[in-house]
Design a protein around this ligand. Structure first.
Ligand code: U5P
Length: 544
């Protein structure tokens, strides 16, 4: 039974229920197993590794969802950063040197794919890379690869609440995994320009370096540099995932339609999807041509998201002939055939009448799927701006964000729980000592000249030295904890004690979020996802 399957990796980090509220309501009937990380309920049932959990920001009753759609790249297809992003990096460097006049020194550079993380912001004008909290307070700042001093950071980005918007055009958001290579190359070029200004194309400022890198990366994606290599050996660049097909099958068997909306074009989409679904088709090792289409009702390629989500976007919709890749005109103005109306040209040889298109907009898609209300659609993507923000905010689709980094983040949260408790304790201790110091200072002021002064002064000295001690221990413990997540940028979803800007966006725009798209198959297709109870600072958490 797919839904109730016990799913545990390494037997660790398991939890029975997908949110704290549910866990609490069942807590009385549950027993703790020997491993405190595993909850086992007397009635048995599903155990889900917390790294595979679907987390809920906003209630979502799957019963109301009639159609589930997917983005492809970095959602269904997880690229291997070490090979795929390195390929993008090398292709970009070549374009910078051979097409854009950068010196051949760049050809000797190498790429550390673990250095950059999502959620960072590039300050194009100043050559800085920033991590900020949800209030846009810049907490970590590097100029190229050099950490900025606290003074520089405050002088540049301020410490008041009136702040820059940190958006385009002066800033670039690293919010897709596709951007890690370009962010790294930008930092390398900033450092290179500082050390060898004469070697950089004449008059190029930091912003121009960014522009060149962005253009070169984009070209690698469009001119075949990357896609030809992936097509030759998909296994080298894409993670195999035998859980995708069962997840799609489960959704379809539950009566929902499924669709794919990707910015990739048909030829590439077919290669990637055949690879992902191929080995499991009809128990045949050799994937049958286009058989993956049977898992979808509609496939839209070259969709130009995010503008695809604008109902008023004027974009021609072409039907794609799968064998030849030829584009056929559709009659945009007249009512379009809906799924189920078989078009012989397209469905020839296919078991299910999936139709393939290029372009168009969301209105076309709704018509094809007979969607009456946007809230009947759940769309799963990896890109907050490209996939999630507009589809939810402008259109009203329900959304699920795939955050592959979450698996590691959740695991580390567990492993660092003692150190994080200690941090909170140290923080409270520090506050307590500060309060005592203030009181003592006041009483000294009031009673100045009295006999007690000497005693109180030495008490004050003692408290001040305690405060310094606690401050240093807190600082050191905080650094230690930060580095366990990432040596430079720390925890993805936190910046100090606040949620990071990235976490804030996930919270605002994704109804659900999870580490992998196929985690959907670990839950009932009719599940009612509910968020955990929210707490204001004045409310204490009864169950913490
Ligand atoms: N892509 C670009 N330029 C970039 C980054 C990605 O054209 O700078 C392409 C990818 O190669 C992929 C598509 O074909 O955008 C993303 O598709 P999807 O996420 O909508 O599936």
């Amino acid at each position: 039974n797919r839904v109730c399957a016990s799913y545990k990796m390494d037997g660790n980090l398991s939890a029975h229920f997908d949110d704290r509220a549910a866990r609490i309501s069942h807590v009385m009937s549950m027993e703790r197993s020997e491993d405190p990380r595993i909850w086992s309920s007397p009635e048995g049932g599903q155990e889900i590794d917390i790294r595979k959990q679907i987390f809920c920001n906003r209630s979502l009753n799957m019963k109301g969802i009639l159609s589930v759609g997917f983005d492809m790249d970095y959602t269904l297809a997880q690229y291997k950063a070490d090979t795929f992003e390195s390929l993008a990096y090398e292709g970009t460097v070549k374009k910078l040197v051979y097409d854009l006049g950068y010196p051949s020194d760049l050809l000797d550079w190498s790429f550390d794919w673990t250095y950059m993380v999502r959620g960072l912001v590039l300050d194009k004008k100043r050559g800085n890379i920033l991590k900020m909290d949800r209030h846009k307070y810049v907490k970590v700042a590097y100029h190229g690869f050099k950490e900025m001093s606290k003074e520089d950071k405050v002088a540049t980005y301020g410490n008041t609440l009136v702040r820059d918007s940190f958006d385009e055009p002066d800033y670039a958001l690293i919010d897709t995994l596709f951007s890690l290579a370009e962010a790294y190359l930008f930092a390398q070029l900033v450092e290179f320009k500082d050390q060898n200004p004469e070697k950089i194309p004449k008059g190029a400022d930091y912003a121009r370096l960014y522009k060149d890198v962005r253009a070169a990366v984009d070209l690698c994606h469009r001119d075949g540099t990357l896609k030809q290599m992936v097509a030759k050996d998909p296994k080298k660049y894409i993670n195999e995932d035998n859980t995708i097909v069962p997840m799609l099958q489960m959704l379809r068997e539950s009566g929902r339609s499924t669709f794919l909306v990707t910015n990739s074009l048909w030829d590439y989409t077919n290669i990637v999807m055949s690879f992902l679904c191929g080995a499991y088709l009809d128990n045949d090792i050799t994937p049958s041509r286009f058989s993956w289409l049977k898992y979808f009702d509609v496939v839209i390629t070259g969709s130009m998201k995010p503008s695809f989500f604008h109902e008023e976007k004027r974009a021609n919709l072409f039907e794609v002939e799968p064998e030849s890749g030829m584009l056929l005109n559709t009659d945009n103005g007249t009512p379009m055939a809906q799924v189920g109306d078989t078009s012989p040209r397209i469905t020839k040889g296919l078991k299910k009448s999936c139709r393939i298109f290029q372009g168009g907009n969301v209105v076309h898609l709704h018509k094809l799927l007979s969607i009456e209300s946007s809230s009947q659609v759940l769309y799963v993507g990896d890109h907050i701006y490209g996939d999630i923000l507009r589809s939810k905010k402008v259109l009203g689709w329900r959304t699920m964000l795939v955050v592959p980094e979450l698996e590691r983040e959740v695991k580390l949260l567990w492993e660092t729980k003692d150190i994080r408790k200690e941090l909170h304790l140290l923080r409270s201790q520090r506050d307590l000592i500060e309060d005592k110091i203030h009181h003592l200072k006041w009483s000294l002021k009031l009673k100045s000249g009295s006999l007690d002064d000497k005693v109180e002064s030495s008490q004050l000295e003692e408290l001040e030295s305690q405060r310094e001690q606690v401050r240093l221990t807190h600082q050191q413990t905080q650094r230690e904890c930060h580095q366990k997540f990432h040596a430079i940028w720390g925890q993805l979803m936190k910046t100090g004690y606040q949620n990071s800007r990235f976490a804030h966006q996930v919270e605002r725009f994704a109804c659900l979020y999870t580490s992998q798209v196929s985690n959907l198959s670990l839950y009932s297709p009719d599940k009612y996802y509910r968020p955990s109870e929210e707490f204001m600072p004045h409310e204490f958490d009864l169950f913490a």
